[in-house]
Design a protein around this ligand. Structure first.
Ligand code: HAM
Length: 421
């Protein structure tokens, strides 16, 4: 028997001891879509797999995601397809395919998706992880960047995360990066010959990535390196300054961090992550930024964009570390037959109470009174509604508050109102 989920994946279940409780994940989803509806984001659902080229062309050939982590396979029609490692390129493709930008103006999309990356699994890092995402197409204004960051923080606030910090950077565009590369190359020159082949390759092809390496020695050296924000073009500088002013106006705190450069290559100008100290090594709750060349790269007209991907499991882990997971939800009512003649009325009453919006069960196993009361406890019911020969004759029911043990009789027609529907 194979009962274990594949390495780096998990089952979410309605079980108090589950690593990820499905009821909590559901609540996070509800909060996400409720918050984003207030910002007017419409949901996009894209396929679990895409043509491999969509990711290899957009994530960048020096990104770990493309080089080492994609779940790619050739299907029976001899096409290379890939389980989506991220949500942005598929959202861009769907935006173009559905012609969402045809009327011009700004398009706001949100999504919830599984992502697949062949990573080394550990707490907070999975091979099938899940993201909440936002993508805003059609505006190059810093207001759009600010909205994405503000909505992200609003979501974290709504679910009750504390002590999060926004780490912000601007990585410029082609011209500023060319200038920056020159300055960086001069700094790297005496150091580079002693470094690994991978570091040499990055220095040559994507030197920004040297800022987010895992090796502490590299980090120590890069801490003294010139930073891209000292080489920004005027437009990028102005965009970055305005964004900071907008965040301050919105009451969103941030720290400027040159080491935030992001692992995917499609970003231009703004990049950011939100971190939590409660996440340990996997510190990023989310990451995002601006990608003004991506829509064109995928085959559409030049269209600016900005977005964010938030790790669902990481938000869960922080909530849990705060001690703030909600209690397991229970039933409102468990309807109990105290005598054999009550079963038909038990079933009828269940239907009526459900129709009034309550969550209700009875014991389909037909156990005795003690067995039914035990089941009511197991289901964390708030109330037991007990029907026996006497109650049936009087059109009444005994309702028992299972938390306090208090009980009294009420007319059957008043149960829903009494227990709080
Ligand atoms: P990303 O930084 O690769 O960006 O992922 C965003 C977030 O997803 C991370 O900060 C983390 O919380 C979560 N995440 C990523 N990989 C894993 C994993 N293996 N296990 C658990 N959580 C993970 C993107 O994916 C971009 N598409 C974000 C974006 C949207 N940029 C613009 N729009």
């Amino acid at each position: 028997m194979i009962t274990q989920a594949p390495r780096g994946t998990y089952d979410a279940t309605p079980n108090e001891n589950a690593t990820f409780r499905s009821d909590v994940l559901h609540r996070l989803e509800d909060h996400f879509f409720a918050v984003m509806a207030r910002y007017g984001y419409g949901e996009v659902r894209t396929p679990m797999f895409e043509h491999t080229e969509l990711f290899s062309r957009t994530s960048g050939d020096t990104s770990e995601v493309v080089n080492k982590q994609m779940y790619s396979f050739t299907d029976k029609g001899d096409r290379s397809v890939t389980l989506k490692p991220e949500g942005t390129a598929p959202a861009v493709r769907a935006y173009l395919d559905a012609k969402l930008g045809a009327q011009g103006g700004v398009t706001r999309l949100c999504y919830q998706t599984a992502i697949f990356r062949y990573e080394r699994p550990q707490k907070g890092r999975y091979r099938q992880a899940h993201q909440f995402g936002l993508e805003l197409f059609g505006s190059s204004q810093p207001d759009a960047d600010a909205e994405i960051i503000e909505a992200t923080i609003e979501f974290y606030r709504a679910i009750g995360l504390r002590d999060t910090v926004v780490l912000l950077n601007c990585i410029g565009r082609a011209e500023s990066r060319a200038r920056f590369r020159e300055a960086l190359a001069a700094y790297l020159a005496p150091w580079l010959p002693d470094q690994s082949e991978e570091i040499k390759m990055l220095a040559d092809r994507n030197p920004l990535r040297l800022f987010d390496q895992k090796d502490p020695k590299v980090n120590e050296f890069m801490a003294g390196a010139p930073v891209v924000t000292d080489h920004l073009e005027d437009a990028s500088r102005a965009h970055f300054d305005t964004l900071q002013a907008l965040l301050t106006e919105a009451g969103v705190g941030y720290e400027l961090r040159p080491e935030i450069v992001r692992g995917l290559d499609y970003y231009t100008d703004t990049v950011f992550e939100v971190h939590s100290t409660l996440l340990g090594a996997q510190g990023a709750l989310c990451g995002g930024g601006r990608y003004d060349n991506l829509v064109k790269e995928v085959g559409g007209p030049a269209t600016p964009g900005v977005g964010v991907g938030m790790g669902v499991e990481r938000a869960y882990i922080v909530l849990e570390a705060q001690g703030d997971l909600p209690p397991m939800p229970g039933l409102n009512v468990f309807v109990v037959a105290a005598t054999e003649d009550a079963w038909p009325t038990v079933r009828t009453l269940c239907r009526a109470l459900r129709a009034s919006g309550l969550s209700v069960q009875y014991d389909v196993e037909g156990k005795n009174l003690k067995g039914q009361m035990k089941q009511a406890d197991r289901m964390r019911a708030q109330w037991a509604v007990i029907l026996g020969t006497d109650e049936l004759a009087a059109g009444q029911a005994t309702i028992k508050n299972l938390a306090t043990g208090e009980q009294r009789q009420v007319p059957q027609s008043e149960i829903a109102a009494t227990v709080g529907a």
